[in-house]
Ligand binder design. Structure first.
Ligand code: SAH
Length: 328
């Protein structure tokens, strides 16, 4: 009800392109962490990315999301040139999800036309965050501060958390929801934490009365609470959720408050290497198969596929004087 009143029945599609699985970080939960030496690493070429972008246009998506590990070889100017090229040849909105980078790079990418930035704060507990996401030497990770600066640069900002991280508490989840509201996020992604056996955290068992389960049900509760706390946010039904319930996870996420899905456009030969957690849903499907499957799922529950870019409804209402998105 709150979802329908605030963001309607449309489900917007964001084409996800996983540019690179190189990463300079060593997050304890993540399968593409630096120390996962057995993982083959890849980095897409500009031409490969642009071929995926063309597919996004063909399939009628309004947005492409460029995501990667924290890969310094994806340099500031290289990414800026790529964003500029996408903006000049299409009407797509461009969302970046490239981790913690310098302010000058964020500014450069915004100038090149990037519209949105996704950076999950992963958990609102500073102690838990520092434990599972070690800071790089000499630079303390402060994702909340970065989100504030991204907003000042004019990005729509997105963040989110994992649910059921070992050592997390129910109080932490409540604080996560309050932080979503405080940050006035345009986009909120929440998904279950899925243990990866090749990571330090993947071999820890989580117990205790305050430990929330990394379950489907707990994820639906968090999606629903995120919608109630931030009624006009764009909220995806995530791949991690679909991984826990391949039959119905996507649909149930959409029926509990979500209004976005992110079909994967990454070329099949790279998909299995972007293994942030194991048994990820949709890992073998081609872009066309993902597209057909997701559209079918949206229609099966009586929703419609969104047209246009699916910009932040929160922004559209709050900032009627904001400049129109650039059209070429
Ligand atoms: N390097 C970028 C993109 C990371 S991948 C960044 O750090 O922002 C996107 C998201 O996948 C992460 O923010 C995290 O919330 C999620 N993720 C990573 N490992 C996971 C795991 N084992 N289980 C569930 N989600 C995971």
């Amino acid at each position: 009800m709150v979802r329908r009143q605030n963001v309607g029945d449309e489900v917007h599609l964001r084409g996800l392109i996983e540019l690179s699985n190189h990463c300079r970080r060593n997050c304890l939960y993540c399968g593409i962490r630096r120390d996962h030496a057995a993982l083959s690493r890849y980095r897409m070429s500009r031409q490969e990315v642009l071929a995926c972008v063309d597919q996004a246009v063909t399939m009628g998506y309004g947005t492409v999301v460029l995501q990667a590990g924290e890969d310094p070889v994806l340099s500031g100017p290289w990414v800026a040139e790529l964003v500029g090229e996408i903006k000049s040849r299409t009407n797509l909105a461009v969302t970046l999800s490239l981790g913690e980078r310098g302010q000058a790079e964020y500014a450069l990418w915004r100038q090149a036309g990037a519209d949105r930035y996704l950076l999950r704060f992963e958990t609102s507990s500073p102690a838990l965050f520092e434990r599972i996401h070690p800071s790089l030497p000499g630079v303390k990770s402060d994702r909340v501060a970065i989100l504030g600066r991204l907003r000042e640069l004019g990005y729509e900002i997105g963040s989110g958390v994992m649910i059921g991280i070992p050592g997390q508490t129910y109080d932490d989840l409540a604080s996560d929801i309050m932080l979503f509201a405080e940050l006035e996020l345009d986009m909120i992604g929440v998904g279950p934490y899925i243990p990866h056996p090749e990571t330090p955290l993947g071999n820890e068992t989580a117990t205790g009365p305050q430990q929330p389960p990394a379950s489907e049900l707990m994820t639906y509760k968090m999606v629903a609470l995120a919608r109630l706390a931030c009624p006009r946010a764009n909220i995806p039904s995530t791949t991690a959720l679909a991984t826990l319930n391949l039959q119905q996870g996507r649909e149930l996420g959409l029926q509990r408050g979500a209004n976005i899905v992110m079909p994967n456009l990454t070329p099949v030969q790279y998909r299995s290497l972007y293994e942030i957690y194991p048994a990820k849903a949709c890992i073998r499907e081609t872009a066309a198969q993902c597209h057909g499957c997701l559209r079918g799922r949206i229609e099966s529950i009586g929703r419609t596929t969104g047209t246009g870019r699916g910009d932040s409804p929160r922004r559209r209402q709050d900032a009627p004087t904001a400049p129109e998105p650039q059209k070429q």
